[in-house]
Write a protein of this length. Structure first.
Lengths: 131, 141
């Protein structure tokens, strides 16, 4: 079997209804979401974001993830040739109340954020045995 | 270009504009294997030398190969997902697979002295200019 060649994905800029006061651009992290019997897992790509500069919050059943990049690393670097731009990341998801909101776990590794949202006891699938 | 404003938004904006201004610039003289191959690459000058910054989130370092010969640099590897096979996917935006890209810088570099750093999903290659390319200061007698 030949391996699939990785395609380029252009970064998606965040479009808001309101115009922001500063014309700084932010990006939407590329995201995978999957569900198991136990939990809902959200995986977001945020290259350049460190543990110290990421915020995860749940408010009114909306999960919000925001990551800031340290652009001071670019001090003294003069761009010659570029193919992509950089900026902070943010994205929100509506989550159901079936999630144990206090039990959400977050891990950031190599620019990939993994959020595990455990399902509330009542939302877990019960297997009914047939006698 | 080194934005030294106190206002972080102004500095960020200056950086974003500077990156935009060199988007697909002709500096590479067609030395990349076509624009748009994965991974995307930004190239900067730092003093006499160069820095290539490449976003490669979620790559296992052991699956990443970097080779350099003369003025060409090859970046290849594999991006794999290790998700629970029993999970049902709700949203699938991340792309996985193999990649292989070669860039050729339009000048001589010191291929033996290239340094690579992979941090927070970002690969930085520090590329020194070859000694023969460095400008000489000409003394006036």
């Amino acid at each position: 079997m030949t391996e699939q060649e990785l395609q380029v994905q252009q970064k998606r800029e965040i479009e808001t209804k309101q115009e922001s006061t500063v014309p700084v651009r932010s990006f939407m992290p590329v995201t995978d979401i999957f569900e198991t019997d136990q939990a809902l897992t959200v995986v977001l790509e945020m290259p350049g974001v460190s543990k110290e500069s990421v915020e995860v919050g749940v408010e009114s059943d909306v999960l919000t993830i925001a990551g800031r990049i340290d652009f001071s690393k670019y001090n003294g670097l003069q761009p010659l040739y570029t193919e992509y731009n950089i900026g902070n990341y943010s994205r929100s998801f509506q989550i159901s109340s079936k999630i144990e909101q206090d039990g959400i776990k977050a891990e950031l590794k190599d620019g990939v954020m993994t959020l595990v949202l455990p399902k509330a006891e009542k939302a877990k699938l019960r297997r009914i045995s047939v006698s | 270009m080194s934005p030294s404003f106190n206002d972080p938004f102004a500095a960020m904006l200056a950086l974003q504009r500077a990156l935009d201004s060199r988007l697909e610039s002709d500096w590479m003289e067609g030395g990349t294997a076509g624009f748009g191959g994965y991974p995307l690459i930004n190239i900067f000058q730092q003093g006499d030398d160069f820095v290539a910054i490449i976003e490669l989130p979620g790559i296992d370092k052991n699956e990443l190969q970097i080779e350099a010969k003369e003025s060409a640099i090859r970046i290849s590897g594999k991006k794999t997902a290790n998700y629970d096979k029993n999970a049902s996917m709700h949203r699938r935006e991340r792309l996985f697979g193999a990649f292989d890209r070669t860039i050729s810088l339009p000048l001589q570099i010191d291929a033996d002295a290239i340094r690579a750093e992979y941090r927070e999903g970002v690969l930085a290659l520090f590329i020194p200019r070859a000694a023969s390319e460095k400008p000489r200061t000409i003394r006036i007698n």
